[in-house]
Design a protein around this ligand. Structure first.
Ligand SMILES: [Fe+2]
Length: 320
């Protein structure tokens, strides 16, 4: 098939293959998060053998990196031109109405805050996103089918007294000082320390059985928690500006950086310490990058399979 035909096919599949998402409710197991503002809703990407994701992976560039034994996949060229344009326009016009700081120190110093969607803006986006994001939803359905897994989001928003752990987050960044980049280092979750919600054992005999709250992420028969992050950048932005995502070893030392590139997406184990790379150029309001981040659970349907290994096999089969 010629390139033009492939693009036309991808375009026609936008309308004929629609994302399959099912709403569900998780059990909050940690007392700390049983607060009125917590929302235990989770969304499953129903297993389905869509044509579009595999077609796109065949045309993608997939780079695999390993940081302290954990996987990072950097994927380019998955989307078509019209999707890139739509997401860029969307990101230009969307209201990111919340200011966010790496921590209070960055705030006091008067650093330019990052911007994020508030709860309502996130709902609207998640329920009816630009086509590029729909293609990622379809990829998750396709992967869950290939991996013999259930792929879902984490609980929508888990609040303790003061912090919120969301399943979906956005971040519009123009500038980041070295200090804020340092202070922003975090894990999205830590399955060794324990999760605050229950994940059902899909191969259990009794239907209500949950996985223990702590487990080695992605080991045989255990869930694998990953983060999926897609970048959109303004036309004035280039990788010279920095503001990629740095990944660190267990001591917090930077091991690699996934540059912010328009329409790139990164699948990574969110229990790698990571942060936003510091800016390499002075702040320019026209040069921004937005990241759209989904925190996901890949829950195996079979006891004898490691989801981390399955992902490696599947993505490797598309690597050139
Ligand atoms: Fe994160």
């Amino acid at each position: 098939m010629a390139d033009q035909e492939r693009t036309a096919l991808k375009q026609s599949l936008q309308a004929t293959e629609l994302p399959k998402i099912k709403k569900d409710t998780a059990v909050i197991t940690s007392e700390r998060y049983k607060t009125p503002r917590s929302s235990p809703l989770v969304f499953h990407f129903e297993p389905y053998s869509f044509t579009s994701p595999a077609l796109r992976l065949q045309d993608s560039t997939i780079k695999h990196e390993v940081v302290s034994g954990k996987d990072v996949y950097i994927i380019d060229d998955f989307f078509i031109e019209s999707e890139a344009e739509e997401l860029r326009n969307f990101s230009t016009n969307a209201t990111f109405s919340k200011d966010i700081f790496a921590n209070n120190e960055s705030k006091v110093k008067g650093e330019l805050p990052d911007r994020a969607m508030d709860s309502k803006e996130k709902w609207v986006f998640f329920a009816n996103p630009p086509q590029a994001i729909k293609e990622l939803y379809k990829l998750m359905s396709w992967l869950s089918n290939e991996m013999e897994a259930d792929i879902s989001t984490l609980p929508w928003e888990m609040y303790d007294q003061d912090i919120c752990a969301p399943a979906f987050a956005t971040n519009r960044v123009v500038f980041k000082s070295k200090e804020s980049s340092e202070l922003g280092k975090h894990k999205d979750y830590d399955t060794d320390e324990g999760l605050s919600f229950g994940i059902p054992v899909l191969y259990a005999k009794e239907p209500q059985q949950l996985h223990p709250s702590s487990f080695p992420n992605g080991s045989e028969g255990k869930p694998w928690l990953i983060s999926l992050m897609a970048y959109a950048t303004s036309p004035a932005f280039s990788t010279k500006h920095g503001l990629g995502t740095i990944f660190c070893d267990d001591d917090g030392k930077t091991k690699m950086c996934a540059d912010s590139k328009n329409m790139r997406f990164v699948i990574f184990e969110g229990d790698i310490i990571h942060s936003i790379e510091s800016a390499k150029l002075p702040a320019n309001p026209d040069a921004w990058r937005v990241s759209y981040v989904f925190k996901l659970i890949v829950n195996p349907k079979r006891k004898d399979q490691s989801m981390k290994k399955r992902m490696q096999e599947i993505l490797q089969s598309f690597q050139k």
